[in-house]
Design a protein around this ligand. Structure first.
Ligand SMILES: [Zn+2]
Length: 346
């Protein structure tokens, strides 16, 4: 087991909850207000919806490729629902909800290079201020286990995590493919690699921390990217992941109505079991695993027969508290810190 030099807030559950609640949009801003202020409600109709074949309700076949479960390689069986033309299935072995068939690789790469619709959401003032607290939480968590300062952030996006890490003395490198994001990162003087990690050809054991904030859900081949991340980590280095939680209360209540589902870009929906299986199979030891972000506003809106994302939550159900949500790992994101086991330990 890794040696932790834990600060007091980590060991005090109520202090830890306070810090989580501070970046929970539902609690701080209110769901409807947050969605309006960040521009989430102005999103264009789902990309690729013009390619839905009206006879099948699915994206036309020549744009798609087949895919087994990206965690355990079992073939797709149990269909759950179709959203925006993409079939979502659940793996009977590891519980992962995933999209199969997915977009062809060339279409996916083109989409990520050119995608801009989410940029104004990410750079909106309320999003930036909550992200800042979220990143501070992650960096504080990591600081309890690590003394090294070399960081690789995969899917660096706006660069706000890199910037915050730099302010704390981290030596940062970002990986990013989106053309506009890369331009912005370079303008800010960030070191950025404009290649998928698998072909970036970085030297082994060159980073103390590899982070992926809401990235793993977007990738077709998650095992090879995590194996590559493992190769890049020093022996006592850490991997930090934040992913949507398919086992969250909000997702269990809303099913396909949840904004987390949309098959062109969110390909993998982890819960506790599938994420643990994935990391354990790749010989990572989980050091921290918890949920963050309750989406209590969304849940209460839905329970009140209001629009989950734009309702005014005319009534809050008192038994639904942040404590209850996080104690039962029902928050809408899973935050994991893991370390690679050495060959001896594995
Ligand atoms: Zn599976």
């Amino acid at each position: 087991m890794i040696a932790a030099h834990q600060s007091s807030w980590l060991l005090d559950p109520s202090e830890r909850l306070n810090r989580k609640n501070a970046f929970d949009a539902s609690l701080v801003v209110g769901t409807a207000k947050f969605n309006r202020e960040t521009g989430r409600i102005d999103k264009p109709r789902p990309p690729f919806s013009q390619f839905i074949d009206p006879t099948t309700g699915l994206i036309q076949l020549d744009m798609l490729r087949p895919r087994n479960c990206p965690v355990c390689d079992a073939p797709p069986k149990q269909g759950l629902f179709v959203k925006d033309g993409f079939r979502h299935v659940r793996c009977p072995n590891c519980d992962l909800i995933y999209v199969s068939l997915i977009l062809r690789e060339d279409l996916m790469i083109k989409f990520w290079r050119e995608e801009l619709s989410w940029m104004s959401v990410l750079t909106s003032a309320p999003q930036m201020s909550l992200d800042k607290l979220k990143y501070a939480y992650g960096l504080d968590l990591v600081a309890n286990y690590l003394s090294g300062v070399k960081l690789l952030d995969i899917g660096a996006g706006t660069g706000s995590f890199l910037k915050q890490a730099q302010e704390r003395g981290w030596e940062t490198t970002g990986i990013e493919l989106n053309t506009e994001s890369v331009e912005n990162l370079l303008k800010e003087g960030m070191r950025v690699i404009v290649k998928p990690l698998e072909i970036a050809d970085l030297p082994s054991k060159s980073f103390d921390l590899v982070s992926m904030w809401e990235v793993l859900e977007h990738l077709a081949d998650i095992r090879s990217i995590l194996q590559e991340a493992k190769r890049l980590l020093v022996s006592d280095g850490l991997l930090l992941l934040l992913v949507p939680n398919a086992g969250s209360l909000v997702t269990r209540v809303l099913h396909e109505k949840s904004d987390t589902f949309g098959g062109h870009s969110h390909l993998n929906h982890f819960n506790l079991k599938s994420l643990t299986t994935l990391l354990t199979n790749l010989n990572f030891e989980i050091v921290e695993l918890e949920t963050v972000v309750t989406e209590l506003g969304t849940i209460n809106n839905h329970l009140n027969f209001e629009d989950p994302y734009l309702g005014e939550a005319s009534h809050f159900f008192p038994f639904l508290t942040p404590e209850f949500i996080h104690q039962n790992l029902l928050g809408s994101r899973l935050l994991v810190i893991a370390r690679p086991l050495t060959d001896k330990e594995a």
